[in-house]
Design a protein around this ligand. Sequence first.
Ligand code: FE
Ligand code: FE
Ligand code: ZN
Length: 286
Amino acid sequence: MRSDKQEQDFRIGCHLSASAGYLAMAKTAVEIGANTFQFFTRNPRGGAAKPIDPKDIEAFQQFSQENNIGPILAHASYTMNLCAAENRIREFALNTLMDDLFRMEYTPGNLYNLHPGSHVQQGVEKGISLIADALNAAITKEQTTWVLLETMAGKGTEIGRSFEEIRAIMDRIEIRDRLGVCLDTCHIFDAGYDIKNNLDGVLENFDKIIGLERLKAIHINDTKNPFESHKDRHETIGNGYLGLETFRKVINHPALRHLPFYLETPNELPGYAREIALLKTERTGA
Ligand code: FE
Ligand code: FE
Ligand code: ZN
């Protein structure tokens, strides 16, 4: 569970490979100056997840407590399309979602992020209703994991390209106690929310449409493409159209600064270590 201490300090990490297990990810996080991390629950292109190793989980929990790591963010695989047109693909997606949520309970109280889905010419309305059906089938009252819908760039037929679409999905979810949003800085700028010139306005809009209390995590990425491109190509921090000044505002904004920030920039570990160090120098206050 998230402690008060974690609410106060700067929670920053990046996407890490899950291939060596949980403890290995936590150790890597510490090595690169992070205090949290993101990982794929399984191969991002789909397929089976590695079996959970209870010893690894136990060692991870212990290490995380000692090193103040968390909350960790699991990212669903990209192939998990809850609103696919084909029955078979939708069923596969639902099974994946349920299995992911089951596995998440081995590390209680953390975050699970998913791309809502692509409606593949069925239309936004149909897509939203299929996504909600799947989430309603998977989310339980007992779960401790937060399910986060990611704000999308609007590439192809992606749903979640506007705050209204995210809200429309959420409105149809029956159990909302552990339902939230992960805001991706690259995606929303790409979708047409100008966080470079009007971060306050975008956040006011988010608050009005979704409610800032639902915002649980930030994907902190620069973008290779100009405003409203709908392309979803991440860039390293400060080297894209958003620029360092935007990230300085994002990590220090009173509505955001308590949230965990996860880098998904095109980097190997040394690059991530440099970005984390850079962002720490840009963080103001305690
Ligand atoms: Fe994502
Ligand atoms: Fe993202
Ligand atoms: Zn992206």
